[in-house]
Each structure stands twice: as C-alpha cells, then as structure tokens.
Design a binder for this molecule. Sequence first.
Ligand SMILES: [Zn+2]
Length: 336
Amino acid sequence: MRPEMLLLPRPEGLYCPPGDFFIDPVRGVDRALITHGHADHARAGHGHVLATPQTLDIMAIRYGADHAGATQAAMLGEEIRVKDVTVRFHPAGHVLGSAQIEVEAGGLRIVASGDYKPRPDPTCAAFEPVNCDVFITEATFALPVFRHPDAQDEIAKLLKSLARNPDRAHLVGVYSLGKAQRVIRLIRDAGYMRPLYIHGALQKLCDYYQSQGVDLGELLPATVAAGAKGDFAGAIVLGPPSAFGDKWARRFPDPLITFASGWMQVRARARQRGVELPLVISDHADWGELIDTIKTVAPGEVWVTHGREEALVRWCELEGIRAKPLNLVGYEDEGD
Ligand SMILES: [Zn+2]
C-alpha cells in the first residue's frame, strides 16, 4: 500500500479512506480522531469522536457534553480497530491528554504527531517517539532561529521582576489550555507558593488539571471583589492575552505585562502586543527538537503540516529523507 492510500489531505483535514475517518478535522465530519483539545484541532459537531479520555473531558468542558453524537475513549498504547485499520494513541507531551495517532494497515505505519514537544513538562505525559514509515510533523517553529530557552530560566526572570517591582501587578498572558497550567506549575516549582490570581477564563481548565493530579497550588479569582486595587500590588495575575486590552487589565495597580509564548523570541511580536517582559515558553518543539525527533523516529518519509513547512522539508531532503508539505489549512498557533 502506498502511504497516500492510508492518509491524504482533504479540505476537512487528514483523511484515512480504509478507516473512513479524519484526524483533527477543521469542520464537522462523521468520524473524527482528535490529537488534543486546542480549538484548531478539536472542534464541536462531529458524529463520532475517538480521543484520549482527557481530550474528551477537555472538549466537554469547552463545548458542552453534547459536542459530538458519540464519543469513544482511547487509552494510550491501546490497539483500536477502525474498519480496516488499526490505530493507537501515543503521548505527545504538548498539553494534558495530547496524543500522536498511529495509523496502521497492511504493514504500513503512519504517525500523525499533532502538536508535540519532547522536553519534560510536569503537566502532561512525556512525548514518546514511535518508529514508523511516515512521520507527520508539525512545523510551528521550524526555522533554525527558533531555540526555546529553558522554561525555568524564563520563570526566574518573572520572579526577579516581581522582586524588583513589588508595587506592580504582574499580568502574565497565557492561553487557557496547557500554557496556563504549565506556567503555574513552573512558578510553583521555582518555589513561589503565594496565591496566584487567575482570570475567569482559566478557571475550569485549571480545576480540571487539578482533578487530574496536577497540583497548581492556591488559585484565587482575579476579580476586584477579591480585594481593592492595592491588594494586587506585587501579585502574579494570569489571564488570556485577549483580556489584556480591556477594562479587566486596567483594574490592577501599574500592571506589568508579560506574555508566555514561543513567539516571544520574536521581539517585534512582543513589542506589537505591548509586552514589557516577554517569556519564551513554548509547548511546541523548537528547531533542534524537530530535527532530533525526526532522527530518532527515523521514518522513511516525513510529511509536514502547519507552520514553516519549507525549511523542514528542505532539511529532510538534505538528509536524504523524502519529505513533502501537506498544505493543510485551518490550523493556528493557539497553544504556542
Ligand atoms: Zn496545540
């Protein structure tokens, strides 16, 4: 069987004809396999969804329990038959519940990684490289200039700034799924045990992570009702970056805006967003991690999805690995 007979790009997303399912479809389909809960990969309105229990929980939290006609939980490593193919989910190390999806038929094995990061993250299961014939990789940060620093060093910058500016509220921009909980856990691992204040948009997913055994310490709502303006002096307040433009952010004393994202390595992006203290913390593989992963997985062929496909395809070709871009549309960098 040629790989293109097992998985091929369609406008809805990656399609598997012998299994009659899509992986991370961007619009409603009969049968969807979902790698993780970020909104550009997990959408409401499918007839049937197969995903890890945590991804199903996250979809229910975000879209309501009736987001799909039916759901089926895939345990990591479990072999599941879908029509004429066998599928297995393997941890992707991206956010809680995130998985790579292995699709196998007729001795041919393709792994669709979804978003992934190989470096340790205490808030989710560690990425596991899976040997395969075709490895489908993301390419969010697929340029040699992207090298993510140690996340703990970035958190040290935040705590240092807090010590230097005890009268200023530190507003940390974090996406609600994955980044928020990882940044909170990193702050705790750095020894900061005072309460952290969170925007309402983060509450449900932080509660869910805690229910799954990820200890985030004491989290309080970042509302004026919780205290007068001065009470947030020297406090760490976490919220979605979209909230920083509105009234919500102005209630804090002399706010110092920070943003935790892989994109903060690009100074222009930090400036554009009015970020005073950029924190380069990413939930994606950086350039070195992308190429190390490809070397470890040692696939016969690499297919590259959303991001900067060209550089990675070129690198593969120089290494003698067949590679091509998939040109899938509809995926963004929500959880960067
Ligand atoms: Zn993602």
